[in-house]
Design a protein around this ligand. Structure first.
Ligand SMILES: [Zn+2]
Length: 448
């Protein structure tokens, strides 16, 4: 076949096409990246009936595109955990685990400006509105996008990189991360470090977490002689309970003052909030008004940082908040230890014993991100199940310049922040997966 073009002409045309392609590819790349994120957000994985099947299918198809090994584990039937693997060149080195949860909390649809599973992209601001846009489908997809970029650049990991997409974090993680961390599969993965979720940051500094507070759910109960509503007497159940509540409120105010004055961060103090009050003698129209009841109860959500002394709090509960001398008893609906199974406070060291911390700091800096002071997570995440085994775990969701809207109405993430976050993970995964030293922690674990 003949062609009307000379060799020169043809080369020029090819160059023109290439120039055109490279000018447009980055913006079309990012719109494809954003549409993949929105696709994941559109899967309704809200508790209590998350569509885990559809999420798992989506994630496995993403893994297939990226040529990652995938398996779907069901520690509990109907609650799939998607485990992906990018094998490293030195599989004997401890691996990297990138964890995220697939479920989200419910939402009150009518209070949202856009339906929470539409993943509406506001064209003027670039904000993407969806339940899970911050907590934490963003992170799960950012891991995958970062791996896509690393693969495209020809990067090959030295250490094996795993990604776990776990169910049920929002309902305690017992059928998800907890069973996973206890499993034979997990043991064989030989994980050396884990990344999990953090929180958005309203300023330009990313937040990073090295520990979390342990939930203690305390119920105190007062008893006393019942009596006529008109009688003044000591030791009624109501009076006994109120004395305790006053004492608890003083403790709460003192802890809160430390936060208000700026001398402690939220995660560094013991928080106490009343969750319920239960007392009174019911009547068809409400409560009997001329009777002082013989029993009264109150429940408290207490969060204890691993830096606090739990035994002094236990003493305070037994001696001040629910003393038997005032006919009071107490029980814990939940009481998570602040110590791991080796008897050490459950926190990830940020000193020279943990090289992963320095690597993370350097990687974020290299990608032009700014990191705030490491914090204790105020609530609970799945990271606790891994820290409990002595594993270093860092909580990090790269969302700067973003209002904290997890579990709130109109949860959103801006598309540019999302894209920037992918670059953070490119840098982190590259640094982690290239790290070729046996760390001290790893060496001591290997001896166990
Ligand atoms: Zn979360």
């Amino acid at each position: 076949m003949t062609t009307p073009y000379s060799h020169h002409h043809r080369l020029f045309l090819v160059l023109l096409v290439l120039v055109h392609y490279s000018c447009t590819s980055s913006s079309s790349d990012s719109s494809i990246i954003i549409s993949r994120f929105r696709e994941y957000l559109q899967i309704n994985t809200a508790q209590p009936n998350p569509n885990y099947r559809e999420a798992a299918e989506f994630l496995v198809s993403q893994a297939n595109f990226l040529s990652l090994d995938s398996q779907v584990l069901e520690f509990v039937p109907g609650k799939p955990l998607v485990l992906l693997k990018w094998p490293g060149k030195s599989p004997s080195l401890p691996s990297i685990l990138l964890n995220s949860h697939t479920d989200v909390v419910p939402s009150e649809h009518h209070k949202w400006s856009h339906p929470p599973f539409e993943a509406h992209l506001d064209s003027s601001t670039g904000n993407i509105f969806a339940r899970g846009s911050q907590d934490m489908k963003c992170v799960g997809m950012q891991y995958l996008e970062a791996i896509r970029k690393l693969k495209a650049s020809g990067f090959q990991p030295l250490r094996t990189v795993y990604l776990s997409f776990v169910p049920d974090e929002e309902v305690g993680g017992h059928d998800g991360a907890e069973k996973f961390a206890d499993s034979e599969v997990f043991k064989k993965m030989n994980v050396g470090v884990l990344l999990d979720e953090g929180l958005a940051s309203p300023d330009e500094f990313y937040r990073v977490f090295y520990a979390e507070r342990a939930p203690w759910w305390l119920v105190i109960k007062a008893t006393g002689a019942p009596g006529h509503g008109a009688k003044l007497y000591d030791n009624s159940a109501m009076e006994n309970l109120l004395k305790s509540i006053e004492s608890i409120r003083r403790f709460r105010a003192a802890q809160f003052d430390l936060v208000k004055s700026g001398s402690r961060a939220e995660g560094q103090v013991i928080s106490v909030n009343m969750a319920f009050l239960k007392a009174g003698t019911p009547s068809p129209t409400g409560f009997v008004m001329n009777l002082q009841p013989s029993e009264a109860q109150a429940g408290f959500d207490i969060r204890v940082p691993p830096t606090a002394d739990p035994s002094s709090l236990e003493r305070r509960i037994a001696e001040e908040w629910a003393p038997s001398s005032r006919n009071m008893t107490f029980e814990f609906k939940q009481k998570t230890s602040v110590y791991d199974k080796f008897g050490k406070p459950i926190l990830t060291a940020l000193d020279s014993s943990n090289p992963w911390w320095a690597l993370l700091e350097a990687a974020i800096k290299k990608a032009n991100g700014k990191l705030g002071k490491p914090e204790i997570f105020p609530a609970s995440t799945d990271a606790r199940y891994f820290r409990d085994r002595g594993l270093p775990a860092i909580g990090f969701s790269p969302m700067a310049n973003t209002p904290i809207l997890l579990h709130d109405h109109n949860e959103f993430l801006n598309k540019d922040e999302y894209l920037k976050g992918i670059d953070m993970y490119v840098s982190i995964i590259e640094a982690y997966a290239s790290f070729d030293e046996q760390t001290r922690d790893e060496a001591s674990r290997a001896e166990l």
